[in-house]
Design a protein around this ligand. Structure first.
Ligand code: SF4
Ligand code: SF4
Length: 403
């Protein structure tokens, strides 16, 4: 039987995961996920399949796949491209938007450069205005997102928007997205979500068999790659039977919530785990949020079923976004965190304002300590963040010992 030590020799919290070579080990495979995705996209494109770039979990990958195209995520986690972005964009903007736009200006993201189309969405103000600039030189289809989830009219509007996207894809790629193709892509995405969800659920254990950092690495920026699905299955087979890990059992369990962490932007996660915490659950678009619910493949109307799944995504651009608080309540029961850390990218107003509710939920309802961290991609504040995280973990540890 595997032990947790064999995991800890692989990329661990705080290490540079990109440096690990493929080893037949799924963690090694996903350590090189960007290069695998790029190779896959290049091969598929050479065989005539279009590439579609996207930057938001409201974009249904299933429709893109049903159009015979490859959906690639353009969310960016590098600080290096931000100066180029600031030639056009205000400095006081979310680093994820600036980083992605900087790649656009520099023409240095191979996934963006090979994209035949970008599917954009009207979520936060910064992103939708950035898309306007990007659309001056790139083919783009904008999906208009309703910003409330409770009204029936909003769902009808969203269903209609997805039909508009479907027609745009069919026109551009000269293909009919019929029910068979859509069902097949829903099946693939449901399978991918289910495998990733099962991996995340390993963190429910008292002594999880991997760290939060290792779990965060077990994903791709390109969905539906057959080898990725095989590697998720291998990871599950390897980790599900693993003995309880005494190292992870002793750590302070952290629920990390807030903004997504694109590849390369996991600094706060690394600080938490480098300070003695264990991120057992991530409520964000690079964590559990988009994989918590599947598309109902047995529904009589697949387009409506697809719209309904994505419509439920509890993103802070929704008003009100009470579903996020319900999700956090559920996750707190399932993953039993000792504290909550909320990550806010600089100038992300929607998540920042919502932090009021999350703090109140953590401290008053769940009765566990809460810490809000607002930062960007520059490491200048790492020491200050570390001090605050250490204080939080001490408080949570003291409380845990008293309970
Ligand atoms: S946090 Fe909201 S805007 Fe950002 S990727 Fe997720 S759904 Fe899209
Ligand atoms: S993190 Fe916030 S500001 Fe940045 S793209 Fe997402 S919703 Fe917009």
């Amino acid at each position: 039987m595997n032990t947790c030590d064999s995991v800890s020799t692989k990329p661990s919290c705080g290490s540079n995961n990109g440096a690990v070579a493929d080893s037949g080990d799924p963690l090694g495979w996903f350590a090189n996920t960007i290069s695998h995705s790029l190779t896959y996209a290049q091969i598929q494109r050479a065989q005539g399949r279009p590439i579609v770039g996207m930057m938001c979990e409201f974009t249904p990958r299933e429709l893109i796949m049903a159009a015979g195209a490859i959906p690639v995520c353009l969310c960016a986690g590098s600080a290096a491209t931000i100066p180029a972005a600031e030639r056009h964009l205000p400095a006081n903007l979310c680093p994820m938007i600036k980083s992605a736009y900087g790649y656009h200006v520099e023409r240095s993201n191979p996934f963006l450069e090979m994209s035949d189309l970008i599917v954009a969405e009207t979520t936060c103000d910064g992103k939708k205005k950035m898309y306007e600039l990007m659309a001056e030189s790139r083919a783009m289809h904008v999906v208009q997102l309703p910003h409330e989830q409770n009204g029936k009219d909003a769902l009808e509007y969203w269903v209609n928007e997805l039909y508009c996207l479907k027609e745009a894809l069919e026109r551009r790629f000269k293909i009919e997205i019929d029910e068979t193709r859509l069902r097949e892509s829903i099946h693939t995405m449901n399978r991918e979500r289910s495998l990733r969800r099962r991996l995340a659920q390993l963190m429910k254990r008292d002594a999880p068999p991997l760290t939060g950092r290792q779990l965060a690495q077990l994903r791709s920026n390109t969905s539906g790659i057959p080898e990725d699905l095989r590697q998720y299955e291998r990871a599950l087979a390897m980790l599900e039977g693993r003995e309880a890990c005494p190292k992870t059992a002793k750590k302070v369990r952290v629920l990390l919530t807030g903004v997504p962490m694109a590849f390369g932007a996991e600094r706060v996660l690394d600080i938490i785990e480098g300070s003695g915490g264990l991120v057992v659950c991530t409520e964000s678009c690079t964590g559990l949020k988009p994989i918590y619910e599947d598309v109902d493949i047995d529904a009589p109307d697949l387009m409506r079923a697809l719209a309904t799944k994505y419509f439920h995504l509890p993103c802070s651009v929704m008003s009100r976004n009470t579903d996020r608080l319900d999700l956090l309540r559920n996750l707190a029961v399932e993953y039993r965190p000792d504290c909550v850390v909320e990550l806010i990218w600089q100038a992300c107003l929607t998540y920042d304002v919502e932090s009021f509710y999350v703090k109140r939920l953590a401290e008053e309802e769940l009765q566990i300590p809460y810490l809000r961290i607002e930062t960007d991609y520059a490491p200048a504040d790492s020491a200050r963040i570390q001090v605050r995280v250490e204080a939080l973990l001490e408080t949570a540890k003291g409380r845990k010992q008293r309970v």
